[in-house]
Design a protein around this ligand. Sequence first.
Ligand code: MN
Length: 208
Amino acid sequence: MFQLPKLNYEFNALEPHIDAKTMEIHYTKHHQTYVDKLNEALGKHPELFEKSSLRQAQDKLESLLSNLEAVPENIRLAVRNHGGGHFNHSLFWSIMTPNAAGEPTGELKVAIEKDFGSFIAFKEQFSKVAVSHFGSGWAWLAKDKDGKLVIFSLSNQDCPLSQGLKPVLGLDLWEHAYYLKYQNRRAEYIEAWWNVVNWQKVGENYKS
Ligand code: MN
């Protein structure tokens, strides 16, 4: 049912910030495993995805992650972990680009300045949350139900959708995302990652 989304760039396109080997393993092994295990879990409840197109299935996955309590108990943890993993990584690939513009524009720029004071202040706060997150997880910029932007981290593959928040920007903090190039130096990885953020796509996530 689910499959890896197409990457819009080559594995080496984000170098030197994200190295080709990390991209290749992250996408073809780690993300593929989340997809496979999600499909395996959903195979136990075919009624959930009956006659869905791939687009409808993506919407359905978002709705399951938004209301995990409604997911059948015997696959709830698998949907949370592997469904979250599939959603989070799909978003992650899409908000990176080799042609990064460096800064947000338009409505997102206005919202960041309103909610954090300045782009610089936003980056500092986001990086601080990302550096200090304990263990595996993600740092997030998300929009709450009133449209306000919030920064926080979640463990494992937990998804902001499950907290009633709309994900706008996410940074993978699992060691598999940076260890080959940066080893224990997570702060360096985070600093480098800012160079490949696709602010145009992030702006679209904010508006949608
Ligand atoms: Mn990952």
